[in-house]
Design a protein around this ligand. Structure first.
Ligand SMILES: [Zn+2]
Length: 113
């Protein structure tokens, strides 16, 4: 499970932003997780309490927003939702796909008191 490492990195990123902006307590963070990022949102939620334990984010709520994986078929140029179509082009059946959206995880929002 690499989700624990992901959250540790996330805590680090948020900490950097919080310091830079001169913020103190973070009430909530909103994270966008792409469907094609390889990160499982439910694992992320499970790991979160342990990962932020004894950090400045111990009382910070985690909100996840799942971003659909949008891909483009290199064969026919069709753009579609990857997960809904089982990673196969509904137009030509091709599987040579270019990921346009949903392959990463980003911090969308940091909510402070
Ligand atoms: Zn196609």
């Amino acid at each position: 499970m690499h989700e624990l490492g992901i959250i540790s990195a996330l805590v680090h990123t948020v900490e950097g932003i919080v310091r830079e902006e001169g913020l103190t307590e973070v009430e909530k963070i909103v994270i966008e997780v792409g469907e094609l990022s390889g990160i499982v949102p439910s694992y992320l939620e499970q790991c979160y309490p342990a990962a932020v334990y004894k950090t400045f984010m111990e009382n910070t709520k985690l909100e996840l927003v799942v971003v659909p994986g949008i891909v483009k078929c290199r064969g026919c140029g069709r753009i579609f939702n990857a997960a809904a179509n089982d990673l196969q082009c509904p137009g030509c059946g091709g599987q040579d796909l270019e990921i346009l959206e949903g392959n990463d995880m980003i911090v969308r929002e940091i909510v402070c008191r």
